[in-house]
Design a protein around this ligand. Structure first.
Ligand code: ADP
Ligand code: ZN
Ligand code: ZN
Length: 685
């Protein structure tokens, strides 16, 4: 005789813009089938389709009428359930960033888990379980002996019990990576010795630009399973890596911002390299800060975390002064004989630049070429020229779909809009007056490359920017050529500023950094300083030992040599810069001394967007929160859509959060004719 049919009511969230969980009925398909647990993935009917859901609770009964309660189609029992801690992390992110839990939790999972078919999952699980690291392989690399500052930092991190955030503040080349590797090794070892499983999460801003860190981690831990998680992995790989972290077979996960939401049941430490980097902020969909979520996660798990940077974010610097983070400082370059480069500013009012180059910079380049040393030129503007124009009638290359210029790309013979991707052939004559002599205005990396090839015909010039590295693998190939010594002058955008340890580089030239000094964006100075420190840090990584080698130097061309930002840079004085910046932020009541949220609206006409925001502004009382007037965004129109925004500010994070929740509900119930989205802690306003 068959026993009674076992069934259970489950509360399930789906990837849908609805801030509720749904009740479903599970019915055992056999006597032995286990009843589902929270954290399991299920296939659920939803409207007329089927979709993957996440069980968040098992309920005794449902308020839904028995006849209307729908039955689950399938439970993904082959995979261990996601933990309560992981659901709590997603719930925190959902609440803090004002999104439904399902819209946070489900999209964070690899696609292979979110399809109706389980073929990919079954196949991946098999491979992951089989893949065992080879025990016994000895580490081939030698560990450098830590210097005193590194040792002090390592000791402090290992001494901490439970949660503690450490800001590892170390100049470029001071050996922060070595500290990460040491603490990772020791934490894993310590947990294993105590008979516990352990995993470490190491986060990097952009995996492609930091291949050296990945290589060092793999080389240091040949017997451990190291997996990477980032958006450029193929789907199958991403699924396998995610599963390896989830079932606990991966010891070390190395990932970009999306890795902060990975499932790591035995997580014992989180490390964030270049914690100030803006790429930790997701700029679409769920607009989260991976750094902030990582801190929350470490606190929730009661584990140590390390935030490393040569130029910490204003937020982290403030946390140090209030004692929330512990600061560990590395003041010296770690490698033998390596020195910080000498930084000089070149006043271009006195040393007039022609074709973008001042005489001192040209002379410095020439001497590097003569000595067979490498130079790096930094210009954060790609393309040939940011705009084309007609001298005769004043025509200018506006994008017809955006409030932006079309950028001249000479090698591709195109005008391109960097905002909507519109492309046109370069007009052979002025569209308004027929003048055939259209002029490029301003200078991008392509134009500088062209000039260098004329000025130094014998030099091997390499340009690295988003255009030159469109093909997969081409960035890597370009960097390899630089490392091999096949390049004399490397030229590029912020892509060349990050992570690389160029051994033969003794000159860094910065062409035109001044525009950021006068930006409306209050974070522009902080960003510029970090970028310049980072690019400057590419020079002098190794001692050039042959006779008469140049001292490494950084030349910055500017019309404002006395600007405090450049003066702080000359002295390698991040602390001075940061203290001044924080004092200014405090008196202006800007973050990190206040908290912001931004409501953005997009519509066919600007008036519609502004009207919606005006309505949103007066929807309900907002104690402790000030709401500014709605304003058009700086680049108002993109691809024909008009955009406006409403800035909310408060000195209390709690008051801001308390207002946002009911406000979002009220906004959702408006029948708006606009697209709108809310961003908490925006970094571009
Ligand atoms: P950062 O991450 O702070 O910019 P890295 O970790 O890349 O610096 O270290 C810079 C260089 O110094 C690397 O070549 C590294 O091998 C070397 N290095 C690090 N620590 C030591 C040490 N204790 N002794 C000698 N060399 C070291
Ligand atoms: Zn004209
Ligand atoms: Zn455009």
């Amino acid at each position: 005789m068959a026993g009674p049919v076992r069934s259970q009511v489950l509360s399930v969230v789906l990837d849908a813009p609805l801030d509720t969980a749904f009740d479903y009925l599970w019915v055992a398909s056999s006597e032995t089938e286990q009843s589902p647990q929270p954290g399991q993935l299920v296939l659920a009917p939803f409207g007329r389709r089927q979709t993957i859901g996440l069980v968040i609770a098992v309920k005794g009964s449902s308020e839904v009428e028995p006849g209307k309660l729908r039955e689950l189609l399938q439970v993904r029992g082959q995979m261990p359930a996601l933990s309560g801690d992981w659901i709590a992390l997603c719930r925190f992110a959902a609440e803090y960033y004002q999104r439904p839990l399902g819209e946070v939790a489900l999209p964070s999972l690899p696609k292979g888990l979110r399809t109706e078919s389980t073929v990919a999952l079954d196949r991946a699980l098999k491979k992951v379980v089989q893949a065992q690291p080879q025990p016994g392989a000895e580490s081939g690399v030698q560990r450098p002996k830590l210097n005193t500052e590194q040792q002090t930092a390592v000791d402090a991190i290992l001494r901490a019990e439970g949660y503690q955030a450490h800001l590892l503040f170390g100049v470029t080349g001071s050996g922060k990576t070595e500290v990460y590797l040491h603490v990772t090794e020791r934490v894993l070892q310590r947990e294993r010795d105590a008979g516990r499983q352990a995993q470490v999460l190491i986060m990097v801003p952009e995996i492609n630009l930091t291949p050296q860190l990945e290589a060092s981690v793999r080389a240091r831990f040949p017997t451990l399973q190291v997996v990477s998680l980032h958006s450029q992995l193929a789907e199958g790989e991403r699924l396998r890596h995610w599963l390896a972290a989830h079932i606990g077979s991966a010891d070390i996960v190395l990932g970009t911002r999306l890795a902060v939401l990975s499932s790591m049941p035995h997580l014992k430490m989180i490390i964030i390299d270049e914690e100030h980097d803006p790429s930790y902020k997701q700029q679409e969909g769920l607009r989260y800060s991976a750094r902030d979520l990582a801190v929350w996660r470490a606190h929730q798990q009661q584990i140590p975390m390390v935030l490393g940077s040569a130029t910490p974010s204003a937020e982290s610097w403030l946390h140090v002064s209030t004692g929330r983070y512990q600061r560990l400082t590395l003041t010296q370059r770690a490698a033998k004989n390596a020195q910080l480069p000498k930084v000089r500013v070149i006043d271009t009012e006195i040393n007039k630049a022609t074709d973008g180059f001042s005489p001192p910079l040209l002379a410095a380049l020439k001497s590097r070429l003569e000595r067979g040393e490498q130079s790096l030129l930094f210009l954060n503007r790609r393309g040939y020229a940011p705009v084309m124009h007609c001298d005769a009638c004043g025509w200018i290359s506006n994008c017809r779909r955006c409030t932006a210029f079309m950028v001249l790309h000479k090698p591709e013979r195109r005008l391109r809009c960097h905002h909507c991707s519109l492309e046109l052939r370069i007009p052979s004559a002025c569209p308004t007056c027929g003048n055939v002599d259209l002029q490029p205005l301003g200078r991008g990396t392509q134009r500088v490359e062209e000039y260098l090839q004329q000025a130094f015909p014998e030099a091997r010039v390499m340009r690295i920017d988003a255009d030159s590295t469109r093909r997969k693998g081409s960035a890597q190939a370009a960097f390899d050529a630089v490392h091999r010594g096949d390049v004399d002058i490397l030229l590029g955008t912020q892509m060349v500023a990050k992570g690389h340890d160029f051994q033969r580089l003794t000159l860094v030239g910065v062409l035109n950094p001044d525009t950021a000094l006068f930006s409306q964006d209050y974070r522009a100075g902080e960003r510029l300083f970090a970028q310049l420190m980072q690019v400057a840090g590419r020079a002098g990584r190794a001692a050039v030992n042959h006779d008469g080698a140049s001292q490494s130097e950084v030349l910055i061309q500017t019309r404002y040599p006395q600007h405090p930002l450049y003066q702080a840079l000359l002295a390698h004085d991040y602390k001075g810069f940061a203290d001044t910046m924080l004092a200014e932020r405090r008196s202006a009541n800007l973050p990190p001394y206040s908290f912001q949220a931004l409501l953005r609206a997009e519509a066919k006409t600007l008036q519609l967007a502004l009207d919606f925001l005006a309505q949103a502004r007066t929807l309900m009382p907002h104690p402790g929160v000030s709401i500014n007037d709605p304003v058009p965004m700086t680049i108002t129109r993109v691809a024909g859509i008009e955009r406006a925004q409403l800035l909310l500010e408060s000195t209390s994070r709690a008051q801001l959060q308390a207002f946002l929740r009911p406000w979002m509900q009220a906004l959702r119930s408006l029948k708006a004719r606009v697209n709108w989205m809310l961003e908490v802690d925006p970094i571009d306003i």
